[in-house]
Ligand binder design. Structure first.
Ligand code: 13P
Length: 199
């Protein structure tokens, strides 16, 4: 994530659904220093908050776990403090329908969850609400959450969302984007569903 320019230092965290367990990065350890043995495991469906591992799981384990519990189609979650997505989240703004690629995240907007302290059940509830019918969201004054069926897909979604955030900010800098209509967004969703695949 650091190499891709979507994160820095020990910020952010990653999780993967593996059978009935969630595997998640340890808390407060820079990515370059993380080794496979440090990844923590937490049961998804029972013993809420229990964990195994040599290091404490990410301080954001609640929203990772709550997302896996509420959204069975999600297999992996990437949380980053990517600069452009975070800049929009610091303004507590959503990303509007400024580019057809926004539909890759499930609809015409990427919502921004209201602010809540990191690591709290409150933040988790707000993130889940912002993710309703969506695969990604911003977190006010914090960063972004991107999800996918696999770890590769979730990482690709995080990179795509950061690119979209950068494009939106650049457009705002020259007067602001002309927004796509509901009809145009619906057509893009339909086009992706029916026409967009490698042959
Ligand atoms: P962790 O190191 O505990 O995962 O926390 C980093 C972070 O980004 C909190 O939002």
């Amino acid at each position: 994530m650091a190499g891709l320019g979507i994160n820095q230092g020990a910020a952010g965290n990653i999780s993967l659904r593996a059978g009935g367990k969630m595997l998640i990065t340890p808390s407060a350890i820079p990515y370059d220093d993380i080794t496979p043995e440090m990844i923590a495991a937490m049961p998804i469906d029972d013993n809420y908050g229990a964990w195994e591992g040599p290091k404490r799981p990410s301080s954001e384990w609640r929203f990772h776990l709550d997302i896996f519990r509420a959204r069975p189609e999600i297999g992996a979650i990437v949380h980053t403090h990517a600069p452009h997505a975070t800049a929009i989240a610091m303004a507590r703004r959503e990303i509007p329908p400024c580019h057809y690629m926004i539909t890759r995240f499930g609809g015409g907007t990427v919502r921004c969850a209201p602010y809540a302290l990191f690591g709290t059940a409150e933040l988790s509830a707000l993130a889940l609400e912002a993710l309703r019918d969506r695969t990604a969201c911003l977190l006010a004054n914090h960063g972004m959450i991107a999800t996918g069926p696999t770890l590769d897909a979730a990482l690709a979604a995080a990179v795509e969302l950061e690119a979209l955030a950068k494009q939106f900010i650049l457009s705002v800098a020259i007067g602001g984007p002309v927004l796509l209509t509901g009809e145009e967004i619906a057509a893009a969703i339909e086009q992706f569903a029916t026409q967009y695949r490698p042959n």
